[in-house]
Ligand binder design. Structure first.
Ligand code: AMP
Length: 281
C-alpha cells in the first residue's frame, strides 16, 4: 500500500495502473476510519483491480468551525486499517495541495441541495461537490463508493456527476451499525459515556417507527419519532423528514412514491448525528 501526498504522484501511479489495463475504484473519506468506511473499501476491492482511498478533512464542507477543529484525526490508525483491507493507494493531501487558491465554484443542484442537510448546513454540499469533483478529476475512478448513511450526499454526488458529465459509476453501500444499532460515525468518539449509551435510541426509534406505520399518516410517524427522541433529555431532533428517495421532496402520503426514506439529524449533547431508514422501496 502506497501513501501519496501530492496530486502529481497520484496521477503518475494511476497512469501506470491504467496503462496496465487496471480498473480503478475510489473511496473518498475524511479519515477516523471505522468498519463503515471499511465496508466501502471491501466493495471497492471486490469490484476493481486497484483501490484508492483518500483521507482529507475538507474544510470547505464544514459550516461550523468548531466541528472542523474537533473532527477526529487518526491517520496512523487509519493506515493500519487500510493495509489489511486491500487498499492499494491512500491519498492524504494537505489543504494547500487541494486548495492552492480558494475554490470559488458555486454548484446548483436545486431542491436536493436545499432540503434537510442543505437547509441546516449552508454551503455544506457545495463544499462536498468542490472536493469530490477535484478528487474525481485527479483519480479518474471507474467506480466510486459512498455510504447510505449520508443519504442526501449520494443524491448530490450523482447530480454532480451528471452535471459535469463524469465517467464514474456511483455505488451506494448500506449503513453499518454498532451492535446496539447506532450508525457508525467518526463523530461517535466525541460522545460522552452517557451520550453513547443513549445514542442507540435514534436507530431504535427509526426501526420502531416502521412497525408504527400501518394505518398511520406520514405526519403521525414524524410526530412519533420526533416526540420519542425529544423526550430523552440529552437529545434534540434538528429535523426528521420523510421524503421521496429520488427527489428528496417531502411526502405527505405513503402512496406518493415507491421509494420513501426517513432522514434524521439529532444532536446528542453537542454531537450532531445523522441516520436514515427506508420505509418503502
Ligand atoms: P466520511 O469520512 O464521514 O466523509 O465518510 C466517508 C464515506 O463513508 C461516506 O461515503 C460515508 O457515507 C461513508 N460512511 C460513513 N459512515 C458509514 C457507515 N456507518 N456505514 C456505511 N458507510 C459509512
Amino acid at each position: 500500500m502506497k501513501v501519496i501526498h501530492t496530486i502529481a504522484d497520484l496521477k503518475n501511479y494511476l497512469l501506470k495502473e491504467r496503462q496496465n489495463k487496471k480498473s480503478v475504484g475510489f473511496v473518498p473519506t475524511m479519515g477516523a476510519l471505522h468498519a463503515g468506511h471499511l465496508s466501502l473499501v471491501h466493495a471497492c476491492t471486490k469490484e476493481n483491480d486497484i483501490c484508492v482511498v483518500s483521507i482529507f478533512v475538507n474544510p470547505t464542507q464544514f459550516n461550523d468551525p468548531r466541528d472542523l477543529e474537533t473532527y477526529p484525526r487518526t491517520l496512523n490508525k487509519d493506515l493500519a486499517l487500510l493495509e489489511p483491507a486491500g487498499c492499494d493507494y491512500v491519498f492524504v493531501p494537505r489543504v494547500e495541495e487541494m486548495y492552492p487558491e480558494p475554490d470559488t465554484r458555486v454548484f446548483d443542484f436545486g431542491t436536493i441541495a436545499e432540503v434537510m442537510e442543505g437547509a441546516h448546513r449552508p454551503g455544506h454540499f457545495n463544499g462536498v461537490a468542490q472536493i469530490v469533483s477535484k478528487l474525481f478529476t485527479f483519480v479518474e475512478p471507474d467506480d466510486a463508493y459512498f455510504g447510505e448513511k449520508d443519504f442526501q450526499q449520494i443524491a448530490i454526488i450523482r447530480a454532480m456527476v451528471r452535471q459535469l458529465q463524469m465517467n464514474v459509476r456511483i455505488h451506494a453501500c448500506p449503513i453499518l451499525r454498532e451492535p446496539d444499532g447506532l450508525a457508525m460515525s467518526s463523530r461517535n468518539v466525541r460522545l460522552s459515556d452517557e451520550q453513547r449509551q443513549k445514542a442507540p435510541l435514534i436507530a431504535r426509534t427509526l426501526k420502531e417507527s416502521i412497525n408504527f406505520v400501518p394505518g398511520k399518516k406520514v405526519q403521525e410517524v414524524i410526530d412519533f419519532v420526533v416526540t420519542t427522541l425529544n423526550e430523552e433529555p440529552v437529545m434534540r431532533v434538528e429535523y426528521f423528514e420523510i421524503v421521496d428517495g429520488y427527489s428528496l421532496e417531502s411526502v405527505r402520503d405513503w402512496s406518493e412514491s415507491d421509494y420513501i426514506v426517513g432522514c434524521i439529524t439529532v444532536y446528542c449533547g453537542e454531537v450532531r448525528l445523522i441516520d436514515n431508514m427506508t420505509y418503502k422501496r
